[in-house]
Each structure stands twice: as structure tokens, then as C-alpha cells.
Design a protein around this ligand. Structure first.
Ligand code: HEC
Length: 107
């Protein structure tokens, strides 16, 4: 009986894991072409659209933080017109992939 319970809990743990979206940095590398123009231009970079605005660096940022920021923009709990439009175009998988890519240590 103990063995059976152990087997069941292992199976449950495995299926719970499958539901969390795992970021893939290699896939994210293909998605960030649409972010680079604004976000990878170095410290102190300011965009002229939609307003003159400082753009935060994403390289080296924590993956969970990046995903949360994107979800907040999409949900509207963090307000920025540009980022809302961009975050709304991303799937949860793409957000995780992009976050995995940017959170890699700088090379
Ligand atoms: C047109 C310029 C532009 C593009 C393109 C753009 N961003 Fe942004 N992004 C901004 C600006 C400006 C901010 C700061 C907004 C604010 O103050 O909340 C920002 C903020 C963010 C933040 C929050 C960072 C922090 O330190 O809190 C994340 C995460 C982010 N962007 C991810 C992305 C991703 C991923 C892409 C590509 C899919 C992308 N952005 C494309 C301009 C851009």
C-alpha cells in the first residue's frame, strides 16, 4: 500500500510540473527581435515613442520578475501603453522563453 501511494504521489508531482510553463532561452532568443530596439540600446537609452522615456535594461534581470512585469502590463495592473500592446501580443510560453533568455548571465 505504501508503495502504491508513493507511486501516485510521484505521478501527481510529475503532472503538476508539466503545467508550469518552462522558459526556453534558445526559443526566447528568436522572440526578442521585437524588444531589442528599445531595450538593448544600453544604459541611459531613451525612446522617443510614445514619449521621451527611459527604457529599463532587461539583460541580467530575474526571470520571474520579467514574466510578472509582462503579465502586469497585459492585465493593466502596471500601466504603460507601449508595453501593454507588446505584452498583449505574447503568449505565456513566449513570456517564459523571453524571460529565460534575458535572465542568462551576461556573456
Ligand atoms: C517601443 C519601445 C519598447 C519595445 C519595442 C519594448 N519595450 Fe519593454 N519597455 C519599454 C518602456 C518605455 C518601458 C518602461 C515602462 C514603465 O515605466 O513601466 C518598458 C518596460 C519593460 C519591462 C519592465 C522592466 C522593469 O525593469 O520593470 C519589461 C519586462 C519589458 N519592458 C519587456 C519587454 C519585452 C519582453 C519586449 C519585446 C517582446 C519589449 N519590452 C519591447 C519600451 C519598449
Amino acid at each position: 500500500m505504501k508503495k502504491l501511494i508513493f507511486a501516485i504521489s510521484l505521478a501527481l508531482a510529475a503532472s503538476a510540473q508539466a503545467q508550469t510553463v518552462q522558459g526556453n532561452a534558445a526559443a526566447g532568443k528568436n522572440d526578442v527581435f521585437m524588444c531589442e530596439g528599445c531595450h538593448n540600446a544600453g544604459h541611459g537609452y531613451r525612446t522617443a515613442f510614445p514619449d521621451v522615456y527611459a527604457v529599463p535594461m532587461l539583460n541580467g534581470q530575474n526571470a520571474a520578475y520579467l514574466v510578472q512585469a509582462l503579465k502586469d502590463y497585459r492585465a493593466g495592473t502596471r500601466r504603460n501603453q507601449t508595453m501593454k500592446a507588446i505584452a498583449s501580443s505574447l503568449t505565456d510560453q513566449e513570456m517564459a522563453d523571453i524571460a529565460a533568455y534575458y535572465s542568462q548571465p551576461a556573456k
